[in-house]
Design a protein around this ligand. Sequence first.
Ligand SMILES: Nc1nc2c(ncn2[C@@H]2O[C@H](COP(=O)(O)OP(=O)(O)O)[C@@H](O)[C@H]2O)c(=O)[nH]1
Ligand SMILES: [Mg+2]
Length: 307
Amino acid sequence: MTIGFAQSLKDSLTRTRNTVFSRIANLLGASQVTEETWDELEGLLIQADVGVETTLHLIEQLRRRASEEAILQTDTLQTALREELRALLPDPPPLDLGNRPLDVILIVGVNGSGKTTSIAKLAYCYKQQGRQVLLAAADTFRAAAMDQLGIWAGRAGVNIITGSVGGDPGAIIFDALQSAQARGMDLVIADTAGRLHTQYNLMAELGKIRTVAAKNVPTAPHETLLVLDATTGQNALSQAKHFQQAVDVTGVILAKLDSTAKGGMVFAIARELGLPVRFVGTGERIEHLAPFDADVFIDGLLGPTNN
Ligand SMILES: Nc1nc2c(ncn2[C@@H]2O[C@H](COP(=O)(O)OP(=O)(O)O)[C@@H](O)[C@H]2O)c(=O)[nH]1
Ligand SMILES: [Mg+2]
């Protein structure tokens, strides 16, 4: 990870760090571990949006280690906490991109989560890396969604395929893939409608998009990234489960990390959803997207290690 990305990931954690994690770091300063330490740590982790289930798991692991390793001092416990948090975020394999002539990324998530903005940021980021990017505006449910993506495509300097409002999203994916292949482009990023009003609609629509994609590019989509709004904390998790039932989600883009103190939800996403966070939104501008890095993330929360 470049220094610039690492810094922006750390900066986006300012609220999360200042609100709760700095208190965890203070609690685990240089003193004795007491029964109160455990209670306070548990409360702070829950406040930090780590999630109840994940917090209880962490406390259990740490209590076991404290007794096995005879941990009496809070600073040693802090080191153990850091290790256990890190263990919750196993490094995923690299994104399945760049292994074929044309990659397809499907972006899913509810309206307002930051989907369109994240697509623009991804397009910009991959364009910087020299890739030929084409956007597919397959959120045909709202006219504004297609217009907005068009504006962002202009900012990112990439082309876009749109259709008519209420039109068939599958047809737009079809056009986009045909067009990308004809023009020798190597990456299609598709926006989709974030309708959740019935699970059936969601599944039907996303299922159809996948079928059309796979017909044109046999192994597509290569990544299906779910955009979650970090400011919604634990609510985002139940939302995510609906999407996981509808489509084979391969990773998460955690948008708006800069505007929340709920950054601890990354641990719950990993443990409760089994999904790696791949990118985080660090602001509203097109360059405000950072690849996720677990070591940088944990340093950003607790400060760098002293050893
Ligand atoms: N601060 C901040 N705002 C964001 C970020 N990503 C998206 N937003 C804002 O969230 C709002 C909704 O984003 P949009 O992309 O339109 O969401 P969509 O409805 O899911 O497509 C907009 O006001 C964006 O500027 C981010 O990473 N940080
Ligand atoms: Mg949108």
